[in-house]
Design a protein around this ligand. Sequence first.
Ligand SMILES: Cc1cc2nc3c(=O)[nH]c(=O)nc-3n(C[C@H](O)[C@H](O)[C@H](O)COP(=O)(O)OP(=O)(O)OC[C@H]3O[C@@H](n4cnc5c(N)ncnc54)[C@H](O)[C@@H]3O)c2cc1C
Length: 385
Amino acid sequence: MDFEFSEEEKLLKEDIHEFLAKKLRPIMKNIDQEEKIPRDFVREAGKMGIWGTIFSKDVGGLQLPMTSAVVIAEELGWADFSLATGVMYVLEEGWGYVLDKLGNNDLRQEVLPKVIEGEHFLGVASTEPTGGSDVASIRTQAIREGDHYVISGQKVYISGALEAKEWGGGHLVLTKTNPKEKHKGISIIYVPATLDNVRVSKINNMGRMGISTAIVSYDNVEVPLRNLVGEENRGFYHAMEGFNHARVLVAGICLGAARAILDQGIEYIKNREAFGQKLKDFQAIAFEASELYTRLEMARLLTYKAAWAIDKGLRDAHIIVAMAKLTSPQTALDIAKSVMMWMGGYGYSKDAMIEAGFRGIVSYLVGAEGAMNIMKLIISRGILG
Ligand SMILES: Cc1cc2nc3c(=O)[nH]c(=O)nc-3n(C[C@H](O)[C@H](O)[C@H](O)COP(=O)(O)OP(=O)(O)OC[C@H]3O[C@@H](n4cnc5c(N)ncnc54)[C@H](O)[C@@H]3O)c2cc1C
């Protein structure tokens, strides 16, 4: 057993950290306030090799393991702890993995190099107005007609929908290709958001403001049969692989955000004085800091173990991933809450930015990439049968 990063991972972490400290951290506030990630940054990050790191080499990826992808996720979460940029990484990496592994070669070559360059956005459209946790109950339908599918239905809370419409790109849409079946009737079809019959309507969220979330309506949208990703009616199983990859990256970006916020909190309590002594010298605060550091380390170990389990192809990797997705966002939220308290009035201000972290992290407790109870469901099925 070895708890150290490899030399390659150490170098990757240093390089990415240096790049993001210079290019992303200084614009984090603008991203949150102006509600967009600047295209220049996205393209520059593409040149730096940040997007599509786990994709195959033949589409321009670096084919790195998930442990390395988590290293990058953690640094993105650290640099932009509002989490908007990290969300983009989670979606493109996690769901791009599915397209890379299972997509038709022409489709892979058309979409993935553009995602890597930062020219296109790629995400997933699973959730519908009637519910997100119960994926098997989706109603969006794809009907095969000659050499294409005709897709109709509505998806909600879809991340990156406006970006995909404006920049180019699209979503892996979960559709019913056999409506008589539940999970065995689902297929994944790549639908470009730029098509006319794809309509996008923004939802006003409380956090991660730099990336949009929207209602996406598909009204008899025609896409070629080659846009089917994986096997017809096996989409539910393919999607579970996408969720696994995305969830460990969610845990990664939350680790980074937690680290950024806790570091700020520690600096604050080392300097702020009350009743003639530094805040850090009050045992109530010092003990809380100890507990939070310990919990962050526990979340880190679990997250990297989950990435390692995916890399090893372990059968129960999804259970460890669910544990990481259950632990890391909750730890990050608790850290943000405590640091806000340590900072008193300043913590509540927009200047401190802790609230931006708080707002972003909550999205991963509410439901993005799977609600907390769904993680508990996966774990309990794993341990209880
Ligand atoms: C910011 C944000 C971005 C998102 N981006 C995307 C995206 O890009 N693509 C996409 O497809 N979806 C996206 N989602 C949707 C997300 O996947 C869903 O919110 C999530 O799956 C939960 O679905 P729901 O909101 O319909 O809640 P529901 O499924 O209705 O669940 C409501 C509550 O009931 C609980 N619950 C449900 N079933 C059970 C059960 N069996 N046992 C115990 N409790 C249960 C849940 O834990 C939850 O607390 C996003 C959501 C958010 C908040």
